[in-house]
Ligand binder design. Structure first.
Ligand code: HEM
Length: 127
């Protein structure tokens, strides 16, 4: 048997619950909410598409939006080290909430840490 890609191991249902739990937290976070739209429905929809392909599933994001170029797409927003930390904290809490555990979670989260660091485009205020 071939090892399933992480997307298959996690499953679409759990991934979608994770993204919804994540944006629920983002929308309430004092450091993140100000740079996100009030209505996060469309953001969550795109993130589900992106994470599907990020985890080795079908390229849903690219099919609709073209090359991800995630760092470039984040340049209009001030992504500080503090905001990257907040983003990751919301994700970790969302993983707790939906019960994503074990090596699958560890590997997914470790990758997100690297991607989040890569998105930083603004030094901390006052530095
Ligand atoms: C979009 C912030 C990290 C994936 C966005 C948007 C903001 C944002 C403000 C625009 C939302 C909208 O207008 O709909 C941040 C911050 C991060 C971060 C503060 C902290 C490091 C990440 C990471 C990933 C990611 C690590 C992927 C693993 C996306 C995707 C979109 C998005 C897929 C939608 C892009 C589109 O409009 O097509 N992010 N982000 N972000 N972000 Fe992030």
């Amino acid at each position: 048997e071939n090892t399933p890609v992480p997307f298959e191991a996690i499953g679409e249902g759990l991934l979608h619950r994770l993204v919804d739990a994540f944006y629920h937290r983002v929308g309430q976070h004092p450091d993140l909410a100000p740079i996100f739209p009030d209505d996060l429905t469309e953001t969550a929809r795109k993130q589900k598409q992106f994470m599907t392909q990020y985890l080795g599933g079908p390229p849903l994001y690219t099919q609709e939006h073209g090359h991800p170029m995630m760092r470039a797409r984040h340049l209009p927003f001030e992504i500080t080290p503090k905001r990257a930390k907040a983003w990751l904290a919301c994700m970790s809490e969302a993983m707790d909430e939906v019960g994503l555990e074990g090596p699958l979670r560890q590997e997914f989260y470790a990758r997100l840490v690297l991607t989040a660091q890569h998105m930083i485009n603004t030094p901390e205020e006052g530095e």
